[in-house]
Design a protein around this ligand. Structure first.
Ligand SMILES: [Zn+2]
Length: 617
């Protein structure tokens, strides 16, 4: 999804008329919006003879599972340039083949759309929220054709358009230089509120737009725009410059509405942000994490881009070995940027990394897969739903979480082991080599840049071998101590029966997830679907009974559990252990002294970099 540099179409026509290709034209109507339908007409002109293969995508940029968008397409018909009906055949579930045309084909279809988020479209009285691969049918072989799309909002809807597509004189007509750019350009039509501001960086003046479709007040949007500006500034300082956005504009497209589904999706010059949380009160700050994450992707993912994603495949699931970097390092920085914008304090920051470290360090999945291998598993976890259950608690740690933990480890290692080096220096070096240049990277490239930045190739090799390709975790206790943070047990000496989800059910307590390998429940033979009948010889009627009985014991206690599973009832001893959960807290909260050295370290790492007062909550 890295389109070539954009040139205005008239210039292209003038400069190289021989290469000019007739644009594919889309026309989109929303006459049945209350019932979530869009009627879409697409015209493919100047075709070579033969069968035209038109398809719906199976994937969407930034998503790694298959989504089979053809399922919501119906009432498909095709005509030629003279208006004659053409035969349409279906060679596979995603494709409509059109034959017998006269060099032009117009396909019309109805799209059903009722899941507004970063992957799917949603059409209703309030908006048309369109993720392009889920909305628009395209034709094989015409990937390089320019695109022209015209939207027809319902009468008196008040809808405007927010998109990274290229505007024209008509406010409802836009263009894209090719299919990849078009499919990467989500589009929101609604009566949204728009805030925009100019950012000077790298000798360029660029525009940031924030389009918010919500039910709150204009004041909420003003306050939100102010904190978004702080995030933009904090992140720009990390890389030293804003990316050069195509057409000098970046657009945040935010839908904060009860009828959307929480998501965030990065694109080259825009992002989709969806949340059911309104912006009022604490909502603004709670919605900000996604803002920070997706905007960081403007550098790390959209321009610093894994070679595995180029060109993006709209027909098959895409596998990248580097999501621990693209998503994980971005997750590390989305929190760091909030701290540096003055929007997250040290306690909250410590709490966040504590949760991530606990999840990674204690996960049994580390026995099986490295951060690289977790990245390769994305097609089976990234918004993917399956009928047969996966054993995720035992086999998977999110590459977001583990990648953010790798980034934390690398940042603290650079800061403590090398003079004047931080992860910011590394990110800037990766940006110079692979971002600004648009040269996609491989894993070897990431290691090479680390070797160059540190001047220590053996260090880079060892770091990647142990923590990226390998399954080890760094010594976070001592790394964090430099910043005056303690990594410790969250519930010391508390009894623990295992991390499985236990819910009320069938008159007892039901184990509702796989039990964790090595945990007391697992060793006692319980797994998903087991019903705990009694514990410590006391009847169990609810999930709460289990935690109450466990809490009355100590680690090391041996307690009989009676459970029913798959047609048999049995009793086995459970040996309780100490709760393995970890947390991170500042020295101040652990009764330890904060030295001047620690204060300086924290200031250099997480200190506020954006001038001006932080808006009140
Ligand atoms: Zn992301």
């Amino acid at each position: 999804m890295r389109p070539p540099r954009l040139l205005p179409i008239p210039f292209l026509l003038a400069a190289c008329p021989a290469l000019a290709q007739a644009p594919v034209r889309y026309d989109v109507r929303f006459d049945n919006a209350p019932h979530h339908e869009a009627r879409i007409r697409v015209t493919f002109p100047e075709l070579d003879p033969g069968t035209l293969e038109t398809r719906m995508s199976r994937t969407s940029p930034g998503r790694y599972a298959l989504h089979e968008f053809a399922k919501n397409v119906y009432e498909v018909s095709a005509r030629d340039g003279a208006g004659r009906d053409l035969e349409v055949s279906r060679p596979n579930p995603h494709q409509w083949d059109v034959s017998g045309h006269d060099g032009e084909v117009t396909v019309e279809y109805t799209l059903y759309a009722d899941h507004a988020d970063g992957t799917y479209p949603g059409v209703d009285r309030s908006h048309a929220h369109l993720n392009m691969p889920a909305t628009f049918l395209w034709a094989r072989g015409l990937e390089a054709r320019p695109i022209r799309v015209t939207f027809h909002p319902p009468p008196a809807s008040g809808w405007k358009v927010a998109t990274q597509l290229v505007p024209t004189d008509d406010p409802f007509t836009f263009t894209a230089p090719d299919r990849a750019y078009f499919l990467d350009s989500p589009t929101e039509l609604s009566d949204f509120r728009l805030r925009e501001w100019t950012v000077e960086s790298g000798g360029r003046s660029q525009t940031i737009r924030l389009a918010v479709h919500h039910e709150g007040s204009p004041t909420d949007v003003d306050r939100f725009a102010e904190i978004v500006r702080r995030v933009v500034r904090a992140q720009t300082r990390i890389f030293g410059e804003l990316p050069e956005f195509d057409h000098g504009t970046y657009t945040f497209i935010a839908d904060y509405l009860p009828w959307v589904f929480g998501d965030g999706m990065e694109h080259r010059n825009s992002t989709i942000l969806t949340s059911t949380r309104p912006l009022a009160g604490e909502g603004a700050l709670r919605n900000l994490g996604t803002v920070s994450h997706e905007f960081f992707h403007a550098w790390n993912m959209e321009r610093i881009r894994s070679a595995a994603l180029e060109p993006f495949d709209f027909e098959e699931a895409v596998m990248s070995r580097e999501l621990w970097f693209g998503e994980g390092f971005t997750s590390y920085y989305d929190d760091v940027a909030l701290a540096r914008a003055g929007l997250r304090d040290l306690d909250a920051y410590a709490d966040g990394i504590g949760g991530s470290l606990s999840g990674v360090i204690t996960s049994p999945a580390r026995r099986l897969r490295s951060p690289v291998e977790m990245s390769m598993y994305a097609p089976f976890v990234d918004e993917a739903e399956w009928v047969d259950p996966r054993n995720l608690p035992n086999t998977f740690v999110s590459y977001y979480t583990w990648g953010s933990v790798v980034a934390l480890g690398l940042d603290l290692t650079l800061r403590t082991r090398f003079d004047d080096l931080t992860l910011d220096d590394y990110m800037r070096a990766v940006w110079a080599r692979h971002g600004r240049t648009g040269r996609p990277y491989t894993m070897e490239d990431l290691e090479t840049v680390l070797a160059e930045v540190t001047g220590d190739a053996p260090f880079a090799e060892e770091f990647f071998a142990r923590y990226v390709r390998g399954r080890e975790v760094a010594d976070y206790r001592s790394l964090l101590a430099a910043g005056g943070l303690v990594l410790r047990k969250r519930n010391p000496e508390a009894p623990w029966i295992g991390g499985a989800r236990i819910v009320d059910g069938a008159g007892g307590a039901l184990v509702a997830s796989p039990t964790l390998v090595g945990s007391p429940l697992y060793r006692a033979g319980l797994d998903r679907g087991a019903r705990i009948v009694s514990l410590d010889r006391r009847a169990v009627r609810s999930a709460r009974d289990v935690s109450r009985i466990v809490s009355e014991h100590s680690p090391g206690d041996r307690v009989p559990v009676e459970f029913e599973s798959r047609g048999s009832t049995r009793t086995a001893p459970v040996v309780l252990v100490e709760d393995p959960a970890l947390e991170v807290v500042p020295f101040e909260r652990a009764g330890r002294a904060v030295t001047d050295g620690i204060r300086a370290f924290r200031e250099a790492w997480l200190g506020v970099r954006v001038p001006g007062a932080v808006p009140a909550r």
